[in-house]
Design a protein around this ligand. Structure first.
Ligand SMILES: [Zn+2]
Ligand SMILES: [Zn+2]
Length: 185
């Protein structure tokens, strides 16, 4: 294994805004291949290794090296806080964060596979990507809670209340439902 970046890697790092001296400093710190950035893991850690580095450059380098998902924006002077909103979709295959204009069913912008899992609808048993069933409009529930949703449906809970009910349900109550499901098997 070589102990420095390849010519191509060096050129890419330069294109991202790193100076020769900074690349040399990286190699000295033990970061000597694209793979080594995986160990670094985030732009924040890269900045800790390379205090003089521009945060924007660190971000670009990490996006190139490990993909946009893990290289979240560093918070100046603080830990790496990832603000996650429920609207953000991460690819189930490669973990890449999907662009803002992402629509359910789109292919991953990073790996090209279906970014979201195909879920089965507990209400009409159609399946599809996204948060809602395209056939009946029911909100999908987590696959692990599919059986709970079926039970709630049998109990007569309206279609549009099942997912919300499950989200707000206490763990104890879920356990009780699971107990009933097991007994009925
Ligand atoms: Zn992907
Ligand atoms: Zn449905």
């Amino acid at each position: 294994m070589s102990n420095s970046f390849s010519l191509l890697e060096t050129n890419i790092l330069k294109a991202k805004g790193l100076a020769d001296a900074q690349i040399a400093a990286l190699v000295e710190a033990g970061v000597n291949s694209r793979e080594a950035f995986q160990t670094v893991g985030s732009a924040a850690t890269l900045l800790e290794l390379m205090p003089g580095l521009d945060a924007g450059v660190a971000q670009k380098v990490m996006e190139w090296a490990v993909g946009a998902s893990t290289a979240s924006a560093p918070q100046v002077g603080g830990p790496n806080i990832v603000l996650d909103t429920s609207d953000v979709v991460y690819c189930v295959h490669c973990g890449a964060k999907q662009p803002k204009d992402y629509k359910s069913g789109d292919l991953c912008s990073s790996c090209g596979r279906q970014a979201e899992p195909i879920l089965s609808c507990h209400w009409c048993s159609a399946s599809g990507p996204g948060k809602f069933c395209r056939s009946c409009g029911a909100e999908f529930v987590a696959p692990a809670e599919y059986d709970l949703a079926l039970l709630l449906k049998r109990e007569g809970l309206p279609k549009d209340e099942i997912a919300t009910r499950l989200k707000n349900m206490a763990a104890v109550e879920k356990d009780q439902l699971w107990g009933r499901i097991r007994r009925s098997r």
